[in-house]
Design a protein around this ligand. Structure first.
Ligand code: ZN
Length: 284
């Protein structure tokens, strides 16, 4: 089996790449824990000044794995960020709350706090759980072909677990993107302030690389303190406590789905979700 995350250090920049291109980099737990290991490695390596998160293949990430053969929701991985008990062998809301507290919300929060600058380099699809990865980074550089969406309201769920939508766009844009589930492109994301730069696809890597080098020239401890300062400001704007409260609503939705439909995702998997997204897009 090939590595689900690749890691390479070039001139003080750690390039961490999602590597399930055959599944548009759908994020299973193996990938989540591999990402966590890659970030830990980059944090502990004093030679690494800046981290870039990118995706191999045609897309950044199609989101959480809800339907590939490598879906591994029942597997227990070595757990580093213990905030709850393992979900394995639990049931119902107990299982889901435990799993998502760590694998989704907890991990993304950990990565947001990484004391080194992290740039998301986004091309192609960046959907739902893909947004969580990109949003955990300090900022996003996207290519012109990048597109974004959080269509999980189709499952009756109020957005992905790392509920940053109102903070990384604005409350009204967040409502629109959630209420419609529509895709929006890199230019729109840039207008909303969610993306810092939009560049042609063929220039994306050079652009990010050059920017990483400029940042790498700054004092490392100064960068870490600055990152902490801005993150604290963002939390004072309510992001952290907002996410905590929405996580409860998110789990009410999962529980409701489990109670009234076939499963906690309202009976939707990757295929039926894609079909619904396509039908909605064709109808507009
Ligand atoms: Zn969830």
């Amino acid at each position: 089996m090939s590595e689900v995350v690749t890691y390479e250090v070039v001139d003080g920049v750690a390039w961490v790449r999602l590597n399930r291109p055959e599944y548009r980099n759908a994020q299973n737990s193996a990938m989540t824990y591999a990402l966590d290991a890659a970030f830990t490695r980059a944090v502990d390596d004093a030679e690494v000044k800046v981290i870039v998160l990118a995706g191999n293949g045609d897309h950044f990430s199609a989101g959480h794995d809800i339907g590939t053969p490598g879906r591994d929701v029942d597997v227990e991985f070595e757990r580093k960020a213990v905030m709850w008990w393992t979900h394995v062998d639990r049931e119902g809301a107990d299982l889901r709350f435990a799993r998502e507290s760590e694998v989704y919300l907890g991990m993304c929060r950990r990565w947001r706090e990484i004391p080194k600058p992290v740039i998301a380099m986004v091309h192609g699809a960046c959907i739902a759980g893909g947004l969580m990865l990109a949003w955990s980074c300090d900022f996003i550089v996207a290519s012109e072909d990048a597109f974004f969406s959080d269509p999980v309201v189709r499952m009756g769920i109020p957005g992905v677990e790392y509920f940053a939508h109102p903070w990384v766009t604005n409350p009204r844009a967040a409502k629109e993107l959630l209420f419609t589930g529509d895709r929006f492109g890199a230019v729109r994301a840039h207008e909303l302030g969610m993306v810092n730069h939009v560049v042609p696809r063929e220039e994306l890597e050079d652009f990010v690389s050059a920017m990483a080098q400029r940042i790498a020239a700054m004092p490392q401890f100064g960068l870490a303190l600055t990152k902490r300062a801005v993150n604290q400001a963002e939390d004072l704007m309510g992001m952290r406590s907002g996410m905590d409260s929405v996580f409860g609503l998110h789990h009410v939705a999962h529980a409701h789905n489990a109670e009234v439909s076939t499963d906690s995702l309202g009976g939707l998997d990757a295929k039926s979700m894609a079909a619904q997204n396509k039908a909605a897009a064709d109808g507009s």
